[in-house]
Every structure is written in C-alpha cells, then in structure tokens.
Design a protein around this ligand. Sequence first.
Ligand code: FAD
Length: 449
Amino acid sequence: MEDPFVIVGGDAAGMSAASKAKREDPELDVIVFEKGEWVSYAACGMPYYVKGEVDELDDLVAVEPETFREKRDIDLRTGHEVVDIDPKAKTVTVSGGSEPFEQPYGSLLIGTGARAIEPPFEGLDLDGVFTLRSMDEADSIQRYVTDADPGSAAIVGGGYVGIEMAEALVERGLDVSIYEMLPRTLQPFGEETARTVEEHLREQGVDLYLDTAVEGFAGDGSVEGIEYEGGSAATDLVIVGVGVAPNVELAEEAGIELGPTGAIATDEYGRTNYEDVYAAGDCAEAEHVVTGEPDHVPLALTANRAGRAIGTTVAGDPTPTGGIAGTAIVKAFDLGAARTGVLDEERAREAGFDPVSVSIDAPTRPHYYPGSSELTVTLVGDTETGRVLGASIVGREGAKRIDTVATALSSALTVTELQNLDLAYAPPFSPVWDPVLTAAKVLAGKLEN
Ligand code: FAD
C-alpha cells in the first residue's frame, strides 16, 4: 500500500491541502496532525469575536473536525504534535496519545504556520498581558475583558492586528492607546495611507504613541502599567501585536532549507529541497510577482491557495502554488486601508526599479449621487518600463478596489494598460473614471514627463 500524504498543521494550509488531495484522489490516505484542538479556524475573525460582532468562538470554525473525518475521509488527529521529521527515511515522529510513534509518509506537507513574536519585555507573564494568535488566546482576551472589566488597554504594535484590536476594545468601552516603535503605523501600507488611518484613530479617541519603544509592563500579579522609553502609563490590559515569526524549527532541524526571509524555501510547486516534502502558508516563502524574489507575507489566501495547489499536486496533477503580491486590507473603525505590491521606494530600487508615485483623492461616486466619500489612491510605477509596482488605497468605502491593482501586478501591466482597463461604472457604485483609473491616468502623465 502507498504511504500516506501526511500533513503537519490543521489550519488554512493544512486542511486546504488535505481536502483537495482527497477530492482529487479519494484512494489516497491523508493524515493530518494538529497539535492543538482547533482546526480549520479563521484567525482573521478573532478581533471581531473580541469586539462582540461574532457571537461564539465556534462560529469562526469553517469546517468541523467531524466533517473532515466522516464526510471527507481524512484521518485528522488533533492533540498530536509532530516533533521530528526524517526526510531520508520519510517518517515523522509524533507525540500525543500514550507513546510517541513514527509515521511513514509518501508526501509530507509542513503547514506549521507562524507564532506571535514575544519581545523580551519585562512583565510579559503578568495577568492581562496577551498576544493574539490562537483561538485560545482570543478566548482568554474575551474572558478578561468581560470578567476583569478593564478600563484601559495598551496595544503594543501599530500593525493590522493592533489596529483591529484597538477598534474591538474601543467598542467594548475601553480607553485604548497604541504604542508603535516606528514613526508610523501600518508600515507596509505606505506613508499616505498610514497618516490617514492615524488621523482617524485619533478622532475615534485612540491615543497614539509613535516613535515609542515599549520596555515592559508593571504590576503585581496583574498588569497595572506600561513602561516605555521616557515614560510610563497606567493600563489594565495589554495586547502585544508586534508581528509574527514563521514556525520553521521542525523543518530546520530536519535539514529543510530556509530562504532569505527566514521562512521555508519552496519552489513554484511549494516543494522544499526534499522532493516529497512541501511547505505552505505562514511558515513558507512564496515568489513575489513584482520582484520575482522569494518573500514571506503571512496571509490567509496565500495559505489556502498554496495548500490547495499542493493537495492537487500530491494527488497527481502538478499545480503551481501561485505568486504573491502582498495584497492586504484592514478595517480601522470607519476606514478601509489596503495595499498591494511594492510601495517602499528602497525596496523597489533594490529590485532594480526606478519608482515614481502619485497620490490622488477621488470621490467614490459621482458628485450628484448620494453617499459618496473620498478615496486616496497612491500608485507606484517604474520609470523605465512603465510597469505598475504597487498601490495603497484608503477611504470610507471602496478600499477593496486594490484588487484591480493586484490583478494588474499579476499580469505585469504597465500604468497605461491599467489606465485603459474597461472597469464597471454606474452612479451608485463609481464615478465614470474609477479612482484607480484616475490614479493611473495621473501617474501615466508623470511617467511621460
Ligand atoms: P496557522 O493558521 O498558523 O496554522 C498552523 C497550525 O499548525 C496551527 O493550528 C498549529 O497549532 C499547528 N502546528 C504547528 N506546529 C505543529 C506541529 N509541530 N505539529 C502539529 N501541529 C502543529 N490574514 C489575512 O489574509 N487577512 C486577515 O484579515 C487576517 N487577520 C488576522 C488576524 C489575526 C488576529 C491573526 C492572528 C491572523 C490573521 N491573518 C489574516 C493571518 C491568517 O490567519 C494566517 O495567514 C493563516 O492562518 C495562515 O494559515 P496557516 O495554515 O499557514 O497557519
């Protein structure tokens, strides 16, 4: 009998691969080892659970474990941690149950995800100090807000998780402050978008401490204060959201190569340096469609898509995992902020481009139609080739228009080609010239001069 397709990690990458492989080849044995109890959960929904918009933590589960086991015939084993991989013998060692055991594999997928970075802050172990990565952590935060009734919260890190949690905690009635070490929040979204979001956060009553390095937390049992370079403040709750690190130790110890970003290096099929060992999702690199370089952008669609492609490949139909553009969108109270591609000038130059950008403000509907608001579009192109390199969009409605630019990036369109796209128009939805087209028009003019 053929050795099974073994998967380490039961979330977006792992369960997408398992389901797709089984659908393509029902005869293939598929085993998933997940060290926790939750599988196929939407981590992206956790801030909205804390906020109270999602009633039950269980609502975030896309597919129940029993459905995987009974309807999809996947041997899903929760509470099982893979502690070793031997790629030469093609076995994994699994702990869970009574005794550790060895499991042979025909193909292996590492979908171990990422973990929240925990800087060596003083007082990280105090009650009321949390990171937010797992469903259990979401549950703990929600309980703490309900039971301990904190009046204030300090969020360390002005990235998208920090901003989503700021909104959630303001909604729960807390006074919220965000501490960010860098001069601005939402670093990958570019200056223009970040500044608009920051202004809006302040309007919503969030205190922003930019350029402020946090040193630790004070308290006796429970957190009572936050200490930062040059000052301190009282707080009843802390969320540390300073980014994630890929879970690569298991792979690294097995001699599986890491790439320049520190995540697992993969080829276009998600293969590692071992023929039958694949990696996908937050633990793995993917090729950036603009730079052509390996990149690590830990986001949900990347994980789902790569997992699905690898499932298809393992079932016998080699399928590329697809490139990434780092397309992301975040809700910050009444604003949407989105980004795609390469916005950072230094990074664009490193990749061999000569970037030029424009920022335009445009209405989301014609002047005579009710409900219009202003959208700021920043578009970056390459002087030499005219190619679109990236964009950022911020406004009360319509930030999802970033998808038009993401599509342009995947097709390597020039700014003029983007400007000439035949996009949909009717007054309730858009002006005749969609804001993305207007930005392309202005940038094309700048590129010509
Ligand atoms: P994970 O979801 O991390 O799953 C990996 C699994 O592997 C875990 O269940 C872990 O327990 C298990 N595991 C690890 N090691 C082992 C082992 N040795 N043995 C067995 N099991 C193991 N992305 C977006 O695109 N949009 C969003 O709006 C968004 N919001 C987010 C909000 C929050 C608060 C968080 C935390 C993440 C958010 N993300 C968002 C990111 C998104 O959730 C991840 O990109 C996605 O979950 C990655 O899936 P994955 O399968 O690669 O890894």
